[in-house]
Design a protein around this ligand. Structure first.
Ligand SMILES: C[S@@+](CC[C@H](N)C(=O)[O-])C[C@H]1O[C@@H](n2cnc3c(N)ncnc32)[C@H](O)[C@@H]1O
Length: 208
């Protein structure tokens, strides 16, 4: 499999089981492939926004943590309590090797999450709310597990926002008084080396 097709390969999964299997298979090479062949900068960009709003002692959920790229950056900034959650056990096993997470949970965004309400001071999710991955409905559960006053920061492609139910879901949560938008970034090239036409935005919300 050409590395340049790996992103398309996971995107074309037919269901969550196949998606998890493909990420399990990719896990060991994911960091090197994304760095060398794609120039994946979204974890750094989302953390740049997240860290403006979230105190260092917050208990953080990294939802769709993958191999832990965001956790590694958060840890280097002094965040000390980070929980990894992902669909793929293989990705979680790689995240564990980074030595920056306190807990690891295999869960599926889009289903009910096995965390009590108000469990976290903040949630970060990078490259996960997208086509064939976690649906817009995942946001309901991310809001539920975040305590009032806590922040949720995520990356999202503008076309996915418009076309895949995110615009409606984000607006619905705001209208229902569940959260308020705090900051939205300009669109940026998230994979400037391998996929220069793919843009993401960072969204930051405060949970009410
Ligand atoms: C593109 S990777 C991003 C990983 C990491 N956040 C990063 O920035 O490198 C997408 C990750 O989301 C996970 N994932 C996809 N769909 C998911 C779902 N419905 N629930 C939980 N994790 C999911 C995949 O297993 C994979 O680890």
């Amino acid at each position: 499999m050409e590395n340049l097709n790996k992103v398309q390969w996971v995107y074309s999964s037919q269901n969550n089981q196949e998606l998890a299997e493909r990420y399990d298979q990719w896990a060991k090479d994911y960091d090197a492939d994304l760095d060398q062949d794609f120039g994946w900068i979204a974890p750094q960009r989302v953390v740049d926004f997240f860290s403006k709003h979230v105190p260092k002692d917050a208990r953080i959920l990294d939802a769709g943590a993958g191999t832990g790229l965001a956790g590694e950056i958060l840890s280097s900034l002094g965040y000390g309590e980070i929980v990894a959650m992902d669909l793929s056990q293989g990705m979680l096993d790689e995240a564990e090797k980074k030595g920056v997470y306190q807990e690891f949970h295999r869960m599926v965004m889009g289903d009910t999450l096995d965390f009590p309400s108000d469990s976290f001071g903040a949630v970060i999710t990078v490259g996960v709310l997208t086509v064939g991955h976690a649906p817009a409905s995942s946001l309901d559960e991310l809001v539920r597990v975040t305590r009032p006053g806590g922040h949720i920061a995520f990356s999202l492609r503008p076309d996915v926002y418009e076309n895949d139910g995110f615009k409606e879901k984000q607006t619905e949560l705001e209208s229902a008084g569940k959260w308020k938008v705090v900051e939205v970034s300009e669109p940026f090239q998230a994979l400037p080396v391998g996929e220069p036409d793919v843009f993401h935005q960072v969204w930051v919300y405060r949970v009410s």
